[in-house]
Design a protein around this ligand. Structure first.
Ligand code: FES
Length: 122
C-alpha cells in the first residue's frame, strides 16, 4: 500500500499521541471490522480547543489521521472544529488510500463523541 510522505511522517513523529491529565472530555470509539480503537482527550477553555491528544491503537493511517486531526483543530473554537471533515484530514495527509478512508471517518466520529460528552456535562 502506498502512503504519502506526510502520512508516514505523522506516523513516525507524532506530537499529539499522549494522554491529557484532567481532560475536559474524553471519548473512545472502536471499529468492529478492523479492530482499531480511537481515544481522544480534550482540554477546552473559553469555548476553544486549548489542547487535544489521542491514543489510537490501530493501523498506520488511523494514527496519522488522528495526528492530522489534532494538528488541524488545536486552537480552534468548538464550532470551527466541528466543521472539520474527513476530507480536510485527507487533504492534509496528501492522500489516503480508498480502503483506509474509514480511518479518517473514525477520528471525526470519536471527536464528535468527545464534544457531545463535553456539552452534556456543561
Ligand atoms: Fe480500520 Fe485503520 S484499518 S481504522
Amino acid at each position: 500500500m502506498m502512503y504519502s510522505e506526510k502520512l508516514m511522517d505523522y506516523f513516525k513523529n507524532p506530537k499529539f499521541a499522549r494522554e491529557i491529565k484532567n481532560p475536559s472530555a474524553v471519548a473512545e470509539e472502536g471499529n468492529i471490522k478492523c479492530g482499531d480503537i480511537f481515544k481522544i482527550f480534550l482540554k477546552i477553555k473559553n469555548n476553544k480547543i486549548k489542547d487535544i491528544s489521542y491514543l489510537t491503537y490501530g493501523c498506520i493511517a488511523a494514527i496519522a489521521a488522528s495526528e492530522s486531526f489534532c494538528r488541524i483543530v488545536k486552537g480552534k473554537t468548538i464550532e470551527e472544529a466541528k466543521k472539520v471533515s474527513y476530507e480536510d484530514i485527507k487533504n492534509d495527509l496528501g492522500d489516503v488510500p480508498a480502503i483506509k478512508l474509514h480511518c479518517t471517518h473514525m477520528v471525526i466520529k470519536t471527536f464528535k463523541k468527545a464534544i457531545e460528552n463535553y456539552e452534556n456535562k456543561n
